[in-house]
Design a protein around this ligand. Structure first.
Ligand SMILES: Nc1ncnc2c1ncn2[C@@H]1O[C@H](COP(=O)(O)OP(=O)(O)OP(=O)(O)O)[C@@H](O)[C@H]1O
Ligand SMILES: [Mg+2]
Length: 274
């Protein structure tokens, strides 16, 4: 959010499309926020982020860029099909070859539908390796690759949302000498680009922080924490809003369910947590 508002009604909010959660955060995440989506393996971080971009494309004709560093676009889309998303209802554009970016970007507004741009950096990395270019040399430029992708899309189309899946994988590719300074500039870049961003952070359930360097916890505008909790002989999925700037929220731990094509957050006091 870069503009000063005089009335709280003027704060535009983006739904998380998690039924029960938006109602507990004044309707959603303020537009332009950079939000960490943190949690352990399998806690549905990618699914929650994908779900927001998919629904914003479907209902509001928006354009979202989902940058996947390790999971291939095929694996991501198969997962979405298994979750019964109707992928024909949105325009899906895959970027898996950097030399064809311009052709791919042209497809963004080809159809009169919202668009989900999937940038499959894992495949691009494998291609680079196949061409015998030293990955280390290419790695130095990964941040620029992502920034340029955002800039290029914004030049010829609109871009509303950005997902980085994951921040943790990104750190393996780009070693930071001074994380506090470099991360500050990355967060500012996303805010200046007027994107509402979701940065996926892989953290264990026991972790006291929500990001690798810890500074991201403070630099981000919001943190959604997804967790897997043991309850009797079951693993329960949980979600909580750890922080959300400019928002009065309920910080309870909700249980998270995905049923009938919809995410639901339920109060801790309700089933299945008695
Ligand atoms: N149709 C479905 N309904 C409910 N849950 C599903 C369905 N299909 C897959 N899942 C669950 O989704 C989980 C994986 O979700 P997702 O890939 O979003 O998690 P993640 O936190 O991003 O995982 P990772 O850390 O491996 O990237 C799986 O553990 C699987 O059990
Ligand atoms: Mg994931």
């Amino acid at each position: 959010m870069s503009e000063l508002v005089s009335d709280k009604k003027d704060i535009q909010r983006i739904k998380t499309y998690i039924n029960g959660l938006d109602e507990n955060m004044e309707g959603g995440i303020p537009k332009g926020h950079v939000v960490l989506v943190s949690g352990p393996a399998g806690s549905m971080k990618s699914s929650v982020a994908f779900n927001i971009l998919y629904n914003e494309a479907l209902h509001n004709n928006k354009v979202g860029l989902y940058v996947s560093l390790e999971q291939s676009y095929i694996s991501l889309l198969n997962h979405a099909v298994n979750m019964e998303y109707d992928l024909d209802k949105v325009n899906i554009v895959v970027i898996e070859d950097l030399s064809k970016i311009n052709q791919d970007i042209k497809k963004i507004k080809e159809e009169n539908k919202g668009t989900l741009v999937l940038a499959d950096i894992g495949t691009i990395r494998k291609e680079i390796k196949g061409k015998n270019i030293e990955e280390g040399a290419a790695n130095k430029g990964w941040l620029n690759v992502i920034k340029n992708l955002i800039k290029k899309i914004k030049l010829s189309a609109e871009l509303d949302y950005f997902v980085l899946d994951s921040l943790s994988a990104f750190y393996v590719l780009s070693k930071f000498e001074n994380p506090r300074i470099e991360l500050f500039h990355i967060f500012e870049f996303l805010r200046d680009a007027e994107l509402t961003s979701y940065l996926i952070s892989e953290m264990t359930s026991e972790s006291e922080k929500y990001s690798e360097y810890y500074v991201e916890d403070f630099l981000s505008d919001g943190i959604l924490f997804l967790n897997l909790a043991k309850f009797r002989r079951q693993i329960i999925r949980e979600i909580s809003i750890v922080k959300m700037r400019t928002t009065k929220c309920n910080n309870d731990i909700f249980s998270l369910e995905y049923n009938n094509k919809e995410f639901k957050a339920k109060f801790g006091g309700q089933n299945p947590l008695l």
